[in-house]
Write a protein that binds this ligand. Structure first.
Ligand SMILES: NC(=O)c1ccc[n+]([C@@H]2O[C@H](COP(=O)([O-])OP(=O)(O)OC[C@H]3O[C@@H](n4cnc5c(N)ncnc54)[C@H](O)[C@@H]3O)[C@@H](O)[C@H]2O)c1
Length: 369
């Protein structure tokens, strides 16, 4: 099956290609050269401890064959590596290696490596070229595109970072064969989110292909990634730095999702599982507030079930959930905001008053108890 290419064009930024296909990692060197990152430049590949033994060899081989001089750094797998301490180690390693402003950083891994390496690359010597080689479904459909980079602080996630578009994104779908089931479902939840916000065409395509996607069928996977990239590129083009309110739509399902992650304890449920539950809740809240049709609620439930994101058997008292939402960095002055759907593709961001939210959260709790 041939690779798919999506060109991302964001006002004020150099356009870049996202290539999606089963053999894309083998073309990494040639694709980078085609993207204007010409050899014999030096390339630093940043990866994590799980991805290194699986895919660093192929990435290095491809880059070397294209004439690049390659170094690599492996960070521990997991969210803990999105820290200033690890970013500092990478900056130091780059300086020790003598990498100059003309080097390029390639992020080989999931969203953690992508956000971390993107941040380090966009700040080392005031910014060097960054390319993304995502290896999780979530990174392919979401985090590798759009230019948000960052690390976490004790006080919260992604509190330090940059907006910095990559020069190239190579999504090699054959790397997904080794992705654990939990991580696959996590990516599927983000695909469902994108489809619900994007509109009928994507949503009903996904409903028809959800079983194939859950089974990791190659054609369905490539198309789902390409549709998500086109969707996200459109949102980012309209609101590159999250200042016009458009990018906020990407938070669909995240208001309750973040509260679940925080109250259940990070890692208890995957981010995707929490977001999927958040989408189920947002659809029901939308029924009360903006007339979300019953059929949409049912179709979304069915879609999430088919994608391996079942309803969560977990609840917390409504006041505790409300408090967690108020603390979320996306809340404004303690005002809790939700992305709601008037229909598929017809979203609105709205503050929700406390009594209404408490009642809806209590009903959500009763639905399981
Ligand atoms: N920048 C953005 O716009 C954006 C958007 C969404 C999420 N994010 C960030 O992305 C991060 C989550 O990304 P993620 O879900 O990819 O998590 P991750 O990077 O932690 O990867 C998940 C796990 O899968 C492993 N892994 C990666 N590729 C693999 C493969 N092919 N085979 C086997 N194992 C593999 C990793 O080592 C890790 O253990 C969060 O930090 C989140 O904040 C950023």
């Amino acid at each position: 099956m041939p690779a798919t290419r999506v060109n991302v064009s964001i006002p004020g930024e150099a356009p870049y290609d996202v290539r999606i296909g089963a053999a894309v990692l083998g073309d990494l060197g040639a694709d980078l050269a085609r993207a204007g990152v010409a050899p014999p430049r030096r390339v630093l590949v940043v990866t994590d401890g799980n991805v290194e033994p699986l895919y660093l060899g192929a990435a290095t081989e491809s880059l070397t064959a294209a004439g690049f001089a390659v170094d690599s750094v492996t960070v521990p797998a997991g969210e803990g590596s999105k820290s200033l301490a690890v970013a500092g180690e990478l900056w130091e390693a780059m300086a020790q290696l003598g990498l100059g402003r003309d080097c390029a950083v390639v992020a080989l891994g999931g969203g953690v490596v992508g956000d971390l390496a993107g941040f380090v690359g966009s700040t080392y010597m005031r910014g060097v070229t960054v390319a993304q080689a995502p290896t999780t479904l979530l990174a392919m459909v979401d985090s590798s595109v759009g230019g948000k980079t960052g690390v976490n602080l004790e006080a919260g996630k992604n509190l330090v970072g940059t907006f910095n578009q990559p020069a190239y994104v190579g999504a090699c779908t054959s790397t997904l064969a080794t992705l654990p089931e939990r991580e696959w479902a996590c990516g599927c939840a983000e695909v469902a989110k994108s489809a619900a916000i994007d509109g009928d065409d994507f949503f009903f395509w996904l409903a028809d292909h959800s079983v194939a996607l859950a089974a990791r069928d190659e054609a369905a996977t490539q198309e789902a990634i390409a549709r998500c990239v086109v969707f996200k590129a459109g949102v980012v083009a309209a609101d590159k730095t999250e200042s016009h309110g458009v990018r906020e739509c990407l938070n669909y399902g995240h208001t309750l999702g973040h509260a679940i992650e925080s109250l259940a304890g990070y890692g208890t449920f995957s981010h995707g599982a929490a977001v999927a539950e958040g989408m189920r809740f947002a659809a029901r809240l939308g029924q009360r507030l903006v007339g979300t049709p019953e059929e949409l609620v049912a179709a979304q439930d069915e879609l999430l079930d088919a994608l391996g994101c079942p309803a969560l058997p977990w609840r917390a008292p409504a006041p505790a959930l409300l408090e967690a939402m108020r603390r979320d960095k996306k809340a404004r002055g303690g005002e809790v905001r939700f992305v709601l759907l008037r229909d598929v593709g017809d979203w609105v961001v709205t503050p929700v008053e406390e009594p209404v939210l408490l009642e809806a959260l209590a009903d959500w709790g009763d639905a399981w108890a």
